[in-house]
Write a protein that binds this ligand. Structure first.
Ligand code: UN1
Length: 507
């Protein structure tokens, strides 16, 4: 591949002001997938200027007209699901059914946003004054910066952008540097749909480009999904600034609770899915399994057997369960956390951090491989391995005694609050968990991954301050206006306030 892919600014493919490029590599093979321009803060400024200039004409279109561009994107996502799913897998290493699911999730979000364009928006509100009409109306906020992660390289950009665009905002998109090819395809889709110049802009690049979005005075809203470290620095940077809004979606140290009477078939299945799908690299992946002492041994043995045998390998192979980690640096982090766990004195049950040579598929020696790492730890001990997010197939088994209150106490003993699940046949324990687990996404008798776009998505505590899914994202990308119209020739005031203007003569 000789072409160097460009940025998309103001309806044009542009080289940008920087001279550097970067390479996208297949994390399973090391194959070079493409060369991309590395955007600079000056490129971001050009994109923001274009988005700002396009805003006035875009915001005055009807929602339904704006959504027409999204329907074109929707049909392309549907028609090309197989092909794009394979590209997702080649660029980010998720196994192929996950690659396709990423594209389907994107289609769902676009469908939701474009369909919502024909739904009522805002409220008709009663007034104390019969001759007054009162409404809550929504207005777009302006330029929206979308900074997205690599692990859902098609889906999450559309989570951010579909609703923002339908609501009348213009967009500057800075995709993750690990998945520029997927981002290139997203930009091509908007270009094919004929979206007006400047409404959608993409600058490829790294954190310096993302920072330039956060710092730009002309960006009204920043939507960020990614690491807690970056998200908190964005939120802190903007804390003092009035007017700018930031919705951040970050990590978790998610847990599954398995109660004393749980169905262990469900429990083991849910735990394997939650801990090892996407090789543990979802913000909703579980890294803690909180298991009642009565079922602990049986659960542990079955989970250990599954973790020892789960298929790690070529993500394009339909029989693979776990692909590689995203990049060498991340593999180092995952390995380091296995070392930290050992140093902290946990009891290691499965260690496939270094795969055996025969486990690595032919032609994949350059892949960033790591299989499951499973251990037992004491829930009362304050350990780094059980409190810090690893973002890999790193799982602690935590045995508890007593009632559901105790399990929920361990579940909540974390700075995060994104996703979690309970496996139980007892509705009283389930209901207690539902009401007391500090989570944005909670599941019963299911894995803690697999959210659908029409539900809220987001965490509490350190996991985020935004709800970057369908309905909730409208709150982030619009402002509400209380709009009141008088239908009478007289001015009448609420609360019985006198509207008479008295003069000195009246006194
Ligand atoms: C993420 O983990 O980064 O709930 C997003 C899920 C997906 C989205 C996950 N729908 O697993």
């Amino acid at each position: 591949m000789t072409e160097t892919y460009q940025h998309y600014i103001d309806g044009e493919w542009v080289t940008g002001k920087g001279t550097d490029t970067f390479t996208s590599e297949n994390p399973a093979t090391g194959e070079r997938l493409g060369e991309f321009r590395r955007g600079t803060p000056a490129d971001v400024d050009s994109a923001v200027d274009a988005a700002d200039a396009a805003y006035e004409e875009w915001r005055v279109l009807s929602r339904i007209d704006r959504a027409e561009f999204l329907w074109d994107v929707y049909h392309e996502l549907r028609d090309r699901t197989g092909e794009l799913g394979e590209i997702v897998t080649r660029e980010c290493g998720k196994e192929i059914s996950e690659g396709r699911a990423d594209v389907v999730e994107a289609a769902h979000m676009v469908e939701w946003a474009a369909g919502d364009a024909r739904h009522p928006k805002g409220d008709v509100v009663p007034s104390e004054i019969a001759a007054k009409d009162a409404y809550m109306r929504r207005k777009p906020r302006g330029v929206t910066g979308c900074i997205t992660p690599w692990n859902f390289p098609i889906a999450i950009p559309y989570w951010h952008m579909a609703v923002a665009l339908v609501e009348g905002n213009t967009v500057v998109f800075k995709p993750a540097e690990q998945t520029p090819w997927c981002a290139q395809i997203i930009a091509e889709m908007f270009d094919d749909a004929g979206i007006p110049p400047g409404v959608f802009n993409m600058v490829q690049g790294f954190g310096d480009a993302g920072n330039a979005i956060v710092e730009s005075d002309d960006v009204a809203t920043v939507l960020f999904t990614g690491s807690a470290e970056v998200g908190h620095s964005i939120a802190t940077d903007l804390a003092g600034e009035s007017g700018k809004r930031v919705a951040c979606e970050m990590g978790g140290k998610n847990a599954i609770v398995v109660t004393d009477e749980a169905d262990l078939d469900i429990a083991v299945h849910a735990a394997v899915m939650s801990s090892f799908k996407t090789t543990g690299q979802r913000c909703v992946s579980s890294e803690r399994l909180i298991v009642h002492t009565d079922v602990y041994e049986e659960f542990r043995d079955r989970f250990v057997a599954a973790a020892s045998s789960v298929a790690v390998g070529d993500p394009l192979d339909e029989t693979t369960f776990m692909g590689p980690l995203i990049e060498a640096g991340h593999r180092e982090k995952v390995t380091e956390y296995a070392d930290i766990a050992r140093e902290e004195g946990v009891n290691v049950l499965v260690d496939r951090t270094e795969l055996d040579a025969e486990e690595i598929p032919e032609g994949h020696a350059e892949g960033h491989w790591a299989g499951p790492f499973v251990y037992e730890a004491d829930p009362d001990e304050d350990l780094r391995c059980t409190s810090e997010e690893v973002f890999g197939p790193h799982v602690a088994l935590l045995e508890y005694e007593g009632d559901i209150e105790r399990a929920v106490e361990i579940q909540n003993d974390t700075a995060y609050g994104l996703a979690g699940a309970i496996v139980s046949e007892d509705y009283r324990q389930i209901n207690y968990y539902r009401d007391h687990a500090e989570l944005g996404l909670a599941y019963g008798n299911l894995p803690c991954i697999g959210a659908e776009v029409q539900l809220p998505f987001g965490g509490v505590k350190k996991s985020g301050n935004g709800y970057p899914s369908a309905r909730e994202i409208i709150e982030a990308v619009t402002d509400r206006t209380a709009w009141t119209l008088n239908n009478s020739k007289d001015i009448q005031m609420a609360q019985g306030l006198s509207a008479d203007i008295t003069t000195e003569d009246d006194a």
